[in-house]
Design a protein around this ligand. Structure first.
Ligand SMILES: Cc1cc2nc3c(=O)[nH]c(=O)nc-3n(C[C@H](O)[C@H](O)[C@H](O)COP(=O)(O)O)c2cc1C
Length: 324
């Protein structure tokens, strides 16, 4: 009865009242999500009003931009290009800095019910600890450490490539809070032996994948398109890469929750990601074309797929292809 009422309330909000017995709720570590869609880090600004719009649009949870200790202006234009088959960006971790963002986060926590995952970046253990402490004080429900941004020297991928340093960062962050700690990884950190070390250090979940390091050239101008030259590739062209990474992580660590990110544009993409092992899906670049309506479209479409294929609970779908 409770489950039915919960779903009735949920589907009325989502505009999908066809079948009340479908359960779209999922969880990642200690976070409970009304549905498996999550805003991926960095795609939208992080003002309180914008975060509220993401909840109203139907997302199950949201991830903030990566926040660093000091404000960062990012790179000069061009920082984003649509390649047709995907997107290339080098924004340069533009963000308002931990002290400014913590005020926005405190405000957001008063108005938003869905879990807020704060993405944190740093170039040292001290920086990660500083940002984490501010975010936890302001009510962040979980932290996601950015080990994978491919275009900012000393951050992201540079940190995530140093296995010992990353283990220390994870251990220290786990020592200050019992809230879930996730790592955002890219293709470059997806080696199972490396992930095992991070999990042993205390990681509660993995968000995979970040953009893939890439470059685009304008031959008419005889120059690179992005001001930073190298950027990160996202969108449809990276979906098969993300699927393979998520598949392998689930195969090796079936108890570690995975947020599958990379090229999710449609309900079918989301179902594929869940079948290979994701407990939830991160939606990034697709928002550029489809706007926030995409959260409802994907949730409704997953529900429809489940209905048509005899699945009652999203949990039955997670990692299904490993059990065939
Ligand atoms: C413009 C832009 C900015 C991004 N900024 C961040 C960021 O600050 N932190 C982060 O962890 N990932 C960042 N990402 C990566 C996305 O969260 C996501 O992992 C990636 O884009 C793949 O998903 P997609 O194909 O759905 O976009 C960014 C991606 C884009 C396109």
């Amino acid at each position: 009865m409770y489950k039915e009422l919960k779903n009735l309330d949920y589907f009325c909000k989502m505009g999908f009242p066809e079948d009340l017995s479908i359960d779209l709720a999922t969880s990642i570590s200690k976070l409970s999500l009304r549905n498996p869609t999550i805003l991926a880090s960095g795609i939208l600004g992080s003002s309180c009003s914008l975060l509220k719009r993401i909840e109203d649009a139907g997302a199950g949870a949201l991830t903030t931009k990566t926040i660093t200790k000091n404000p960062r202006e990012g790179y000069v234009n061009p920082v984003f290009v649509d390649l047709g088959y995907g997107y290339l960006n080098a924004i340069g971790l533009r963000n308002p800095g931990a002290d400014n963002f913590s005020k926005e986060l405190s405000k957001a926590k008063k108005n938003i019910q869905i879990p807020i995952i704060t993405s944190i970046g740093g170039s040292s253990i001290e920086e990660f600890m500083y940002v984490a402490e501010r975010m936890l004080e302001s009510g962040s429900d979980a932290l996601e450490i950015n080990l994978s941004c491919p275009h900012v020297e000393g951050y992201g991928l540079d940190i995530g490539s140093d296995i010992k340093l990353t283990q220390q960062i994870i251990k220290q962050l786990k020592s200050i809070s019992s809230k879930p700690l996730f790592a955002k990884i890219s293709l470059h950190q997806s080696r199972i032996d490396i992930l095992e070390k991070y999990i042993d250090a205390g990681l509660d979940g993995i968000s995979a994948i970040n953009t893939v390091k890439a470059l685009a050239i304008n031959i008419k101008a005889l120059s690179p398109i992005l001001s930073n030259i190298v950027g990160g590739l996202s969108g449809p062209c990276i979906k098969p890469i993300a699927l393979a990474v998520v598949y392998e992580i689930y195969r090796e660590f079936p108890d570690i929750p995975i947020i599958g990110v990379g090229g999710i544009q449609s309900p079918e993409d989301a179902v594929e990601m869940i079948l290979v092992g994701a407990s939830a899906v991160g939606i990034g670049s697709a928002i550029v074309r489809k706007d926030l309506e995409i959260f409802r479209e994907i949730t409704r479409g997953i529900g429809k797929f489940m209905l048509e294929n005899g699945f009652k609970s999203i949990r039955e779908l997670i990692g299904y292809i490993h059990r065939r």
